[in-house]
Design a protein around this ligand. Structure first.
Ligand code: NAD
Ligand code: ZN
Length: 344
């Protein structure tokens, strides 16, 4: 089968021919219908050799959708052709956090060598993907897999981050979204669907600010000192009730620390190595900072339901598997509208 693989540290991903996997006991083989391109892929492909821990060659794609093709011994309850999303943050399925559905915070995954597809295990940018357990499949029904595949990360990750702040996002509150790319543009819609907060979206790119307005932001700002002042003005001096930072660079986490309100939340979602120094002389009273990772299986089901009722959608540009490297170039150039989705 054809697959898009990261093969050499520092090089662009390559289209290769590899054997089609055969499902072993407990495993499910999906015929891939769509795979999403995430900034995290670029992050890991930019890592120097001594920090790169995902194995080579790596078939990319931690956002995956497919139809059930076959399964190994012991798997029951599936039918050939069932349309599925792949829940990506695989855990052991047995520890306490996994029992809560939070496989994204599995206590033993790293120790047991369990890795998400596309981030250690072979990912979805191929004609077929092996899924380690049927519990990692969420039925899509008649939703379009190409339009829905990025719900698995670009939908799930902001959902998990936002859900924890919802009790604070009451009428009169303000949510700031930094970075309106793949994750951020769905984040804006989740905030609009689930909260009464006024939504202020911030992005360096004018096109992304236009996208933010299209998907429901109330105000858009270019980052900088002026934006800090504008947030103070827009909130009557209070600051932001919650800041969702989908960049996570020192410049944006610093910004978040300065605009957050008393008792407000900062969620650092982007992996740009920025930090928030919570303390009496650096952040307002009782401000909290978190660095949430991906989301739970139940939350993915909730995100799919939000899409099913039309409250959120993913803006995407479609690429073929052989055009995969171009999709990554467009991601790096910052010219994608929403997500890039690869269809094999
Ligand atoms: P993306 O490239 O699609 O979007 C990033 C957006 O941020 C772009 O619109 C860009 O113009 C904007 N931006 C860049 N620098 C900025 C700045 N200084 N101020 C304001 N806006 C700026 O990326 P994505 O796929 O949406 O991923 C976003 C981040 O989230 C990445 O760091 C990614 O690795 C990370 N991520 C984290 C998790 C998690 O579980 N925590 C999951 C998926 C992705
Ligand atoms: Zn991702």
């Amino acid at each position: 089968m054809r697959a898009l693989q990261y093969r050499t540290v520092g090089s662009a991903p390559e289209l290769v021919d590899i054997p089609t996997p055969v499902p072993g006991p407990g495993e499910v083989l999906l015929r891939v219908t769509a795979a999403g391109v995430c900034h995290s892929d670029q992050f890991i492909m930019d890592l120097p050799e001594e920090q790169y821990i995902y194995g080579l060659p790596l078939t990319l794609g931690h956002e995956g959708a497919g139809t059930v093709e076959s399964w190994g011994a012991g798997v029951t309850g599936l039918q050939v052709g069932d349309s599925m999303l792949v829940y990506g943050p695989w855990g052991c399925g047995r520890c306490y956090t996994c029992a809560q559905g939070h496989e994204n915070y599995c206590e033993v995954a790293a120790a047991q060598g369990i890795a998400p597809p596309g981030l250690g295990a072979p990912g979805a940018m191929a004609e077929f993907i092996l899924v380690d357990d049927p519990r990692h499949l969420v039925p899509l029904g008649d939703l379009d897999p190409v339009a829905s595949v990025s719900l698995t990360d670009a939908g799930l990750t902001p959902y998990h981050a936002i859900k924890q702040s919802l009790p604070k996002l009451v009428p009169g509150s303000t949510a700031v979204v930094i970075g309106v790319g793949g994750l951020g543009h769905v984040g804006v819609q989740i905030l609009q669907a689930l909260s009464a907060a006024t939504i202020i979206a911030i992005d360096t790119s004018e096109q992304k600010r236009a996208l933010a307005l299209d998907v429901g932001a109330d105000h858009v700002l270019a980052p900088g000192e002026e934006a800090e002042a504008q947030i103070r003005t827009l909130t009557g001096g209070k600051g932001a009730t919650a800041v969702f930072d989908f960049v996570g660079a020192p410049v944006t986490t610093g910004f978040a620390s300065r605009v957050v309100a008393i008792g407000g939340d900062i969620a650092i979602v982007g992996v740009g190595v920025g930090t928030v120094d919570v303390g009496f002389f650096s952040t307002p009273w009782d401000a909290q900072a978190r660095a949430p990772y991906w989301g739970s299986r139940a939350e993915l089901m909730e995100v799919v339901e939000l899409a099913r009722v039309g409250k959120i959608h993913v803006e995407y540009e479609q690429f073929s598997l052989s055009d995969g490297p171009t999709a990554y170039e467009r991601l790096r150039a910052g010219t994608l509208r929403g997500r890039a989705v690869i269809v094999p």
